[in-house]
Design a protein around this ligand. Structure first.
Ligand code: UDP
Ligand code: MG
Length: 326
């Protein structure tokens, strides 16, 4: 029998819990397999957990609640949910009802028909603040250009995956936005597709992110780019950098020699020139150190058993009875 896990990270979403669970049930009423809904409470200070427990009493244990010790952020919460998920197919979405659970079944069918490993939702008519939408569009274009994974809306949480693929990926930092790019590193890019999905304005609570997120995305993109490009051979990166700097230094020295010998000018008193060189060297140093640090952190996450979160309650393993089968 087919099995589906829907993973939803939630932070301060108390008012969304009941409508969310209800809508997921409505949308899966004719699903021809077993399914579970994995809600991850990301250390909410409000009544999110209490509501989830009430919802469990009402709807049953196929609503699974994963509680994190504190707020670890959307990426870690999503990873916790994916780790807990037992379905062969995993769908992720936001807990604020901005995504529509009604899209999930259609997405699964589309993923299977197109023989994909991942189907990304595309919020073509996105219901968010217009400045955020603008910057987000630009960021998306940059991501497509830099990573070569051509999608329109990396940030849309509504995604459907084959579990075997998404479980190979370890998310860290705020990397949930680059999931398609990480997925592309373990599968063929042509096995990643996108489809237009509904998007609604937030009904309850408020967004946890502002415009600043878009800029953080751009910084993260730099990390992703360097990682994908130089993951297997970081030495090359430093090699290119060293080579470039060497060429630049040689050119400058040649020029200074010309100035000194052929033009007979003094080269010792050019403060602006010195400042320029100084800034260049220092900025390169910073970039190099930053990239190195990011690579090390990535290696750390890949080789150790460390997760970006710690669990409050143990999540039970396979138990047939916990599935909901309409
Ligand atoms: N979220 C989370 N931990 C956080 C921040 C957000 O689990 O620290 C969840 C949040 O509850 C929601 C999803 O991530 O389900 C997306 O957050 P939000 O709606 O605030 O982002 P936006 O839709 O405005 O981009
Ligand atoms: Mg939202």
């Amino acid at each position: 029998m087919k099995s589906l896990s829907i993973v939803v990270p939630m932070y301060k979403e108390e008012d969304s819990v009941f409508p969310l669970v209800e809508r997921v049930h409505e949308s899966l009423i004719n699903y021809d397999g077993k399914w579970e809904l994995v809600c991850v409470d990301d250390g909410s200070p409000d009544g999110t957990v209490a509501r989830l427990k009430q919802a469990q009493d009402k709807w049953g244990d196929h609503l699974r609640v994963v509680e994190l010790q504190r707020n670890f952020g959307q990426t870690a919460a999503m990873q916790a949910g994916i780790d807990a998920a037992r379905g062969e197919i995993i769908a992720t979405m936001d807990g604020d009802l901005q995504n529509d659970p009604a899209d999930i079944q259609r997405m699964i069918t589309e993923m299977e028909e197109r023989d994909l490993d991942m189907l990304q939702g595309w919020r073509k008519k996105r219901e968010d603040e217009s400045t955020r939408k603008f910057f987000s569009r630009q960021a998306n274009k940059m991501i497509a250009k830099v990573t070569g994974v051509k999608l329109h809306d990396y940030g849309c949480s509504l995604k459907v995956y084959r579990a075997s693929v998404i479980k190979q990926i370890r998310l860290f930092g705020e990397m949930h936005r680059f999931i398609p790019v990480w997925v592309a590193s373990v599968t063929k890019p042509e096995r990643i597709g996108e489809t237009v999905v509904d998007h609604h304005a937030r009904q309850f609570g408020e967004s946890k992110y502002g415009l600043s997120r878009t800029f953080r995305v751009i910084l993260d993109l730099l990390v992703v780019f360097f990682f994908l490009r130089f993951k297997a051979r970081p030495g090359h990166f430093f090699g290119y950098l060293g080579l470039g700097m060497g060429v630049m230094g040689s050119l400058i020295m040649t020029w200074l020699i010309v100035v000194k010998i052929f033009l007979g000018e003094d080269i010792g008193s050019r403060p602006l020139f010195m400042v320029g060189i100084f800034l260049l060297v220092v900025s390169l140093q910073f970039i190099t150190t930053g990239v190195l640090a990011e690579m090390m952190s990535r290696i750390f996450f890949e080789t150790s058993n460390t997760r970006g979160y710690s669990l409050r309650e143990h999540v039970s393993d396979e138990e047939e009875g916990q599935w909901f089968n309409p």
